[in-house]
Each structure stands twice: as C-alpha cells, then as structure tokens.
Design a protein around this ligand. Structure first.
Ligand code: NAP
Length: 249
C-alpha cells in the first residue's frame, strides 16, 4: 500500500523519547524510512527502531550530539553514504535549564542555545546542500510557545526557541525557490519527561493558562509535523504553527 511518505527518508533529532519518538513513529506509519537520532538515549532509540521494524517499516538509529558541528557533519556524511538522500529533517532535539535571569549561569545559557538553536543550524547547514541538489525537502523545526510569548524563568530556552523561529523564516526565504519548505511547530505544554520534572503547583498554574484546559500529547504534535512533512503542505513555508490548546492566542 502506497502511503503519503512512501520512499521518503526522514531524519528526526532526539527521537529516542518524548515528542521526537512520537514524530518518528508517525512518519514511519506514513511510510517514511526514519533515521532516529539520539544523544544519551541509545537503548531507547534502538527500541524506537525495533518498534518501527516490527510494524513493517524501516529505520536506523544514529548517535550524535546535535550541538557538535563536526559530529553533525559526520552523521550527515554517514547517512548520505547509506541512504543517498534525506527528504525530511525534523529538528526536535531540545533541553531546558530553567532559572531566573539573575541566577542564570553562563553555562545554563550557552548549553541551551547550543543544543536548541545551534543544533538546528548544524543539521540544516549540512543537509541543505542535498536538499538543494534534489530541489525538494521539508525542514521542520520544533520551537515552543515560550519562543513566541516568552516565559519567566526561561530566558535561555525562550531565546533559543525564538531564535529557531528567525532561523526558520530566514532559511525558508533562502530555499523557497528550490522547492524546499521550512516551517516551525511551536508546541504548548506537552506531557513528556521535560514537563514531568516540574513541581505539581507550577504544572497546575501552567495548565491554567491553556484555554483548552489540558496538556497536549506528543502524538498531537506529531500529527502537525506529519502534515508539514507531506505534500499537503507544499505551498506552506516560513510559518510557525502553534499546537498549544490555544495558549498563544
Ligand atoms: P524530552 O522528553 O526531554 O526529550 C528531549 C529529546 O531531545 C531527547 O530525545 C534527547 O535525546 C534530545 N536531545 C537533547 N539534547 C540533545 C543533543 N545534544 N543531541 C541530540 N539529541 C538531544 O523533551 P520533549 O518534551 O520530547 O521535547 C522535544 C522538543 O519539543 C524539544 O525541542 C522541546 O524544547 C520541544 N518542546 C517541548 C514542550 C513540552 O511541553 N514538552 C513544549 C514546547 C516545545 P537523548 O535522550 O538521546 O539525549
């Protein structure tokens, strides 16, 4: 059976768990061969690969710290050597190091920017040459409502996610004439390990700011990513789609 993403190769960063895992499973369900990037979670990335293969799909895990420019170059080289192409790039890898500005260390600021923003630059920088040659491609950057609205205690994270929006719009303008679409998805408050560690009171307060009155699921984010990865979004570029239960209205 031919599916929307049959024959496509998708690289999803940070796909061993959380939103990245849901995206990897969704793209595989749509027929894509999924390259599951991980940094610390090797076992979990292998489990995602196994799950995709058990369902009849095709996947492979690639370890790489996306914040490392040279390591990203090596990962892309290995991927192109094996698969010859990448059609879909999802920059999902992300971290938080929350703190109030007056207490935030330089290290807390730098590591978040390096992973969340520079990490996306790194993969786009290496893969865009192949997208340009193919004259097609879908780049989807996972931003956040924190990057759209700002968030107290997240100056580093919000700056990285707002930066991702600027990166998305600039690269979208640069690559549009070659049939390459670059968009961002800005999730709201999603139930993953990133939010599980929050104190219960903070969580309740956050849910209180969501017009729909509940957290989102990783699968709900994956649905939008799958739409942006497919042909139904071929005339959409440079956009930020908030998937947030109305948080950013
Ligand atoms: P999570 O459960 O904490 O997962 C984070 C993922 O990022 C993991 O797969 C992790 O891989 C990967 N990662 C972190 N640093 C990496 C690095 N240097 N190189 C490669 N991969 C790295 O978080 P999540 O909630 O699924 O978040 C996924 C994305 O959605 C992030 O960009 C996050 O900012 C964004 N987001 C989340 C929410 C939310 O409410 N959860 C809201 C808005 C936006 P390893 O485990 O292999 O290290």
């Amino acid at each position: 059976m031919r599916r929307e993403l049959s024959g496509k190769v998708a690289l999803v960063t940070g796909a061993g768990r959380g939103i990245g895992k849901a995206i990897a499973l969704k793209l595989a369900e749509q027929g894509a061969t999924v390259l599951v990037n991980y940094n610390g979670s090797r076992e979990r990335a292998l489990e995602v690969v196994a799950k995709i293969e058990e369902a009849g799909g095709s996947a492979e895990a690639f370890g790489c710290n996306v914040a490392d420019f040279e390591a990203c170059g090596k990962m892309v080289e290995e991927i192109i050597g094996k698969y010859s192409r990448v059609d879909i790039l999802v920059n999902n890898a992300g971290i938080t190091r929350d703190n109030l500005l007056m207490r935030m260390s330089e290290e807390e600021f730098d590591t978040v920017i390096d992973t969340n923003l520079k990490g996306a630059f790194n993969t786009i920088r290496y893969l865009s040459r192949y997208f340009l040659k193919q004259r097609s491609g879908k780049i989807i950057n996972i931003s956040s409502v924190s990057g759209v609205l700002g968030n107290a205690g997240q100056a580093n994270y919000s700056a990285s996610k707002a930066g991702l929006i600027g990166l998305t719009k600039s690269v979208a303008r640069e690559l549009a004439s070659r049939g390459i679409c670059v968009n961002a998805v800005a999730p709201g408050f999603v139930d993953t390990e990133m939010t599980k560690s929050m104190p219960e009171k903070t969580k309740e307060a956050a849910v209180g700011t969501i017009p729909m009155g509940r957290m989102g699921s990783p699968e709900e984010i994956a649905e939008t990513v799958a739409f942006l990865a497919g042909s139904g979004s071929d005339y959409i570029t440079g956009q930020v789609i908030c998937v947030d239960g109305g948080m950013a209205i």
